[in-house]
Design a protein around this ligand. Structure first.
Ligand code: S3P
Length: 181
């Protein structure tokens, strides 16, 4: 089974949905932020503070390369992983990519009180969320499949992704049947 990669802005549900999806499909779950923290022996917030965002993006790039060399994973990518085109290319070639979305008001609720997202650790997070969403729109728009989780329960979101993944697998099978059929 190829990987399933969840991309999308912070607070769209990539980690919680990814974990549940992994349980349901009997696959391993990997959060790219955890891979980065392990590789760097530092927390994400400290990497941003002490080494800066460009350094973090490079560490994220290396983590994407590592993870894309593996199979059978459900991957939750960081919200900014799509900013590098090489990451988007790697994701597309190592799995089925689904972009999760949510409205800014929902994102602010889901992310408030979590200090581990340095980009949203500002006086007016809703303003920052709107700005970043606008800035990143063209990057997220490059992903073909989007699911808005704003009004979905965890269970509903997992079901939707399972449906989408099955549809994609069936379509690939039809277009490229195994040679012995
Ligand atoms: C980021 C998202 C975070 C984390 C880092 C930067 C972003 O991951 O990688 O704080 O630029 O959107 P989550 O989307 O898992 O919160």
């Amino acid at each position: 089974m190829q990987n399933i990669i969840l991309v999308g802005f912070m607070g769209t549900g990539k980690t919680s949905i990814g974990r549940e999806l992994a349980k349901r499909r009997g696959m391993e779950f990997i959060d790219l932020d955890d891979v980065i923290e392990e590789r760097e022996h530092m927390k994400i917030a400290d990497i941003f503070k002490e080494k800066g965002e460009p350094y973090f993006r490079q560490a994220e790039r290396e983590a994407v390369r590592d993870v894309c060399g593996r199979k059978n994973l459900i991957v939750a990518a960081g919200g900014g992983a799509v900013l590098k085109q090489e990451n988007v290319g790697d994701f597309a070639s190592c799995g089925i990519v689904v972009c999760l979305e949510a409205r800014p008001e929902i994102i602010v609720q889901r992310t408030s009180g979590h200090a581990h997202r340095p980009l949203l650790n500002v006086a007016q997070p809703i303003k920052k969320i709107r700005e970043l969403l606008e800035k990143r729109k063209s990057h997220y728009d490059k992903i073909a499949d989007h699911i808005d989780t704003s009004d979905m329960s965890l269970e509903e979101a997992v079901e939707k992704i399972m449906e989408l993944v099955s549809r994609k697998i069936n379509a690939t099978f039809k277009d490229h049947p195994p040679a012995d059929l």
